[in-house]
Design a protein around this ligand. Sequence first.
Ligand SMILES: C[S@@+](CC[C@H](N)C(=O)[O-])C[C@H]1O[C@@H](n2cnc3c(N)ncnc32)[C@H](O)[C@@H]1O
Length: 354
Amino acid sequence: MKKDARFWRLSQARQISGFGHVVDLPDEMPDGDSIGSPNASTARLFENGREIGPAHALHSDIEALGQGRFSHWGRQLYLSASDGTSASSNGRVYELLIEPEEEGVAGVLRDGADRVSALQSDYERFELAERLFNILVPGAKVSEFGRTYFEDQSFASVYERFGEGNYRAYDRRWTVAQLARHAVSLEGTFAECGVYRGATAYLIARTLKLYGASGLKLHLFDSFSGLSNPSSSMDGQYWRAGDMAAGLDEVRANLAEWSDCIIIHPGWIPSRFSDVATERFAFVHIDVDLFQPTHDSLVFFYERMLPGGVILCDDYGFASCPGARTAMEDFFESVRETIIHLPTGQGLVIVNGR
Ligand SMILES: C[S@@+](CC[C@H](N)C(=O)[O-])C[C@H]1O[C@@H](n2cnc3c(N)ncnc32)[C@H](O)[C@@H]1O
């Protein structure tokens, strides 16, 4: 423990609601968490000398669940006793330990490492990881703990077979599969523009086979030579022609399991769209990263969508794909449809076809 760590004995708590109690903190104590920095406080809480927690608890959880949860929020401490008794009348001594941060990222990481062995649950470890993550990557935001979609083993095994060694695309691919599941009931044709190695095509085809009427088809459009030429004025500097290239043989092999419902149309978008000019579409996944092929895909497919059909643009909310966003916004403004900006970064349109 660092030399200037300090215990503060708390004055009498007053009850607010349920197990929740509050103590006003002395002026000389450091400020706690705030809306902009929800994990800023390093305070640890001790009840008769025994550490309790977790810290940074939601105030509603402190009140409803108690069990030692607490929150050092601004100039106040919200706390609950460890065992359902009243923190204002159980006669126990409550002390806060404030350990000043070492300077810099390395100091924060050392502090975190020191605390790991005292953490008792996955949730507490998640909170520590969140705090460290926020410090290392200040602009990025960690999402909720305990989301059950990570427990779907069958989805996870499909995701992992196209494994890129991380789970960054997990939420987007999950969304693709869920929306495809919704669209099968329309009994229209499915399409994907931008296939790469076939990861999302695999999930869409699997959904068609598991839940769709027999005979439904998935049409796949890709150059199989990577991206076309980015426009420097529309697409920024991130992409280069030929990025994301995967060969047709590799993709056919990856999708062999679903070969009876998949039709592949190799070529530059939009040159092969005429192959499906007479179809009506229930689901179109557009994932080509650039302005021009996104625009061309929207122009072709939108007027062939069934009412209630799904158009999902993978690239809509990403700084690396400004052209895809412009193509979506310009097009859907002109036909007066709403783009739903999903927290995954995807842009979703449920076609109403006015
Ligand atoms: C991001 S990758 C697709 C990823 C895939 N949907 C997935 O999630 O696994 C983009 C794909 O778009 C294709 N592409 C980009 N521009 C194209 C164009 N103008 N014509 C045809 N294909 C294009 C690339 O070849 C690449 O396979």
